[in-house]
Design a protein around this ligand. Structure first.
Ligand SMILES: [Mn+2]
Length: 275
């Protein structure tokens, strides 16, 4: 007996009221497009917010990189928009060219600089990418992040350089200490970023804010204001989800996908066996 696609058990879909995604960086090699595609295919929602840096225009300008998996992500989003999901896109600094189209709607995707989302339990959340606060916060977290990965190499280099310095009579100078200071700056950068985002939400008299930009998923209460960061699809593969009762959660798909798959395994095995 042969099993056709029609008779195969349907994939179990996860339903949410809202999905918030940011920092996908399509067009950049580091984008985890396969994971994202898997997530998009496994989920459905009434609202889908694209909270900036969906495309990486900076990388695309440097070299053309557009594998089919990246196009498939775009197609999956367009398909959702066509099927009735309300898709709202608030561009970021890497896809700032999309900001020229704020106030317009293309293929059912509404583009705006900032949006206000009302949760099922009546909370109003300001939605924006977050680079708008770079001028206040200063210091790029990515430069410092690069600093932290190079830390180990620089510790070694530190020894070589100081051996040379001492040979020519120069005093000891620690790159490592210099870098430690930079890493400490990352922590204070995140703190200052969160404060800036939260005070902007307060000024707009909303109950909370949803942003991206710093690639660090989080839901935290700052006094009377809720701070939500959706994370990214370059390293952490995270999304923020709103359930039908308005409850918010951060989902890490690399962990969730495994659970989702293990639930499906018996059905899939049965279908293959029958085929
Ligand atoms: Mn950004």
């Amino acid at each position: 007996m042969s099993v056709t696609a029609k008779t195969r058990p349907l994939r179990h879909t996860l339903h949410y009221r809202t999905i918030f995604l940011s920092d996908i960086h399509l067009g950049f090699k580091g984008c985890q497009a396969e994971f994202l595609l898997d997530f998009l295919n496994a989920t459905e929602s009434d609202f889908l917010y694209l909270v900036g840096d969906i495309f990486d225009g900076w990388e695309m300008k440097k070299k053309s990189y557009w594998p089919s998996s990246h196009q498939n992500v775009v197609n999956a989003i367009l398909k959702k928009a066509a099927a009735g999901t309300r898709v709202i896109y608030t561009p970021g600094n890497h896809d700032e060219s999309a900001r020229h189209y704020c106030g317009h709607t293309f293929d059912n995707i509404e583009i705006c600089d900032t949006a206000v989302h009302e949760t099922a339990d009546g909370r109003r959340l300001l939605v924006l990418h977050g680079d708008q606060f770079d001028a206040i916060v200063q210091c790029s977290p990515f430069l410092s992040k690069l600093g932290s990965t190079m830390y180990g190499h620089l510790l070694q280099l530190n020894r070589v350089i100081n051996a040379l310095r001492s040979m020519v009579g120069l005093p000891y100078w620690s790159i490592a200490a210099h870098l430690k200071h930079k890493v400490k700056n990352v922590m204070s950068y995140i703190g200052r970023f969160e404060e800036a985002v939260v005070s902007s939400a307060r000024a707009q008299k909303v109950q909370g804010v949803v942003c991206g930009h710093i690639h660090k998923a989080e839901i935290a209460q700052f006094g009377d204001t809720l701070y939500c960061n959706t994370g990214d699809w370059v390293e952490s593969c995270t999304a923020m989800l709103e359930g039908h009762n308005g409850e918010l959660e951060i989902m890490k798909w690399t962990e969730q996908a495994e659970l989702h798959r293990s639930e499906k395994t018996p059905k899939k095995a049965a279908a293959l066996h029958a085929a």
